[in-house]
Design a binder for this molecule. Sequence first.
Ligand SMILES: C[S@@+](CC[C@H](N)C(=O)[O-])C[C@H]1O[C@@H](n2cnc3c(N)ncnc32)[C@H](O)[C@@H]1O
Length: 209
Amino acid sequence: MDFKKAKEIFNSLFQGVDGYQISFQARKKLGFYDRSLTYGEINFDSFYEIIKMINSKKEDVFYDLGSGTGKAVLASHLLFDFKKSIGIEILDNLYEISLSIKEKYEREIKPGLVNEKIMGEIDFVLGDILETDFSEADIVFANSTCFPDEIMNNLEQKLLTLKKGARIITLTNRLKNEAFLLLMSKLYQQNWGQATVNFYVKESAAGGS
Ligand SMILES: C[S@@+](CC[C@H](N)C(=O)[O-])C[C@H]1O[C@@H](n2cnc3c(N)ncnc32)[C@H](O)[C@@H]1O
């Protein structure tokens, strides 16, 4: 789908959805502070530029680790029509909203997109990225600016289960394991300000050996 149409649909789906407020309420309910749950969202235009930088194909499976209201998942589906676009989110309020946006899209918008021949699936999983299997991913996106070292270290272990050639995009925080080849780091605008985006390719086969 062309960029302009994808952006119009994206804006209509997320109109009036305040992920920051929903996340704030969910975190208040938890009753303790956890930096890794800090909220922030992609900027649609930058996200398009970021995914264009990697060599993506329509057959690719895209995962967003910590998917919030589902913006990166919907954007990847609308802009690139990946085989599957999947988000994993730990906070139930955010997960519920992402599900309702997916349902609204599939009920009200997708049936009208006959000329676009959209084939890709969208899915959201309620769970912890450190405990959910995403080894089928070809592209992993992690808006990881607020993930502390401990989470990044554990996340790296999970990322080692990806296939050779999988592409990984992290925000701000870098990966350390030599199985991940850093292709480039570049500043991009996000909804909250600029962040360094790191692009990796997984070099060795599953298991990292
Ligand atoms: C910075 S936000 C990014 C939202 C979305 N990916 C985007 O870029 O628009 C990070 C999200 O990760 C979620 N999160 C943090 N730790 C997580 C974990 N261990 N498992 C799943 N989600 C997590 C947070 O609740 C938050 O919604």
